[in-house]
Design a protein around this ligand. Sequence first.
Ligand SMILES: Cc1cc2nc3c(=O)[nH]c(=O)nc-3n(C[C@H](O)[C@H](O)[C@H](O)COP(=O)(O)O)c2cc1C
Length: 209
Amino acid sequence: MGLTVVLIIPLSMGGLTVFCFRQLATNVIRSTRRNCISSIHKPAAKCNNKTDKKHNKMLHQLPIYASGEIVRGFGRGSKELGIPTANLSLDVVKSLPESLHTGVYYGWSNVNNGEVYKMVLSVGWNPFYNNKEKSVETHMLHKFDCDLYGQTLKICIVGYLRPEKNFDSLDDLIKVIKSDIEQAKTLLDQPENRKLREAPFFSANISKC
Ligand SMILES: Cc1cc2nc3c(=O)[nH]c(=O)nc-3n(C[C@H](O)[C@H](O)[C@H](O)COP(=O)(O)O)c2cc1C
């Protein structure tokens, strides 16, 4: 059976900005996702301390869907790194499931219900810059010609790549992010990940009641 059932769990009561679609797929689809996740996370699976167990549990909750307004970050993504990012507002960041660990993820995203593009995502405090506020920053693998501030960003977090790290130089940070992007491109081409690009979430109107 190819039927996929999704359960929508609102996580923010004030405004419906973030929500989880838990995939209650048929066994076939569920087991495909499990295989996909464990194949990406073999190193974590070898460890068996409490943190790794929690982390692995979180990975099995993916994909997680979220949306919200794009707000201004520090602007370093475009200016210093040459890797622009769309930052989600703080209320969205706070509404994400606690189990979503800081780190670097890959997935799909769109702006204002437009075309869906591959993306890489950073969740955390950016140790290289020692940010005081946690941020969720999406780098979409598409060049936008217009200003995206104030637009609605939707993201589908599909998989985890690595923990956030500090680096000795900006060049090292850029190199690693570029390698994240290459990994994301390949992983998102896998059939089980590719089909998430078609999720109704990306074209649905999100009510703010
Ligand atoms: C895929 C990806 C991976 C990232 N990995 C790290 C990291 O390991 N350490 C870090 O300090 N910042 C990391 N960042 C965050 C960048 O430092 C951040 O996007 C940049 O500072 C721009 O932030 P701004 O928009 O607030 O200026 C990553 C960003 C992306 C998109």
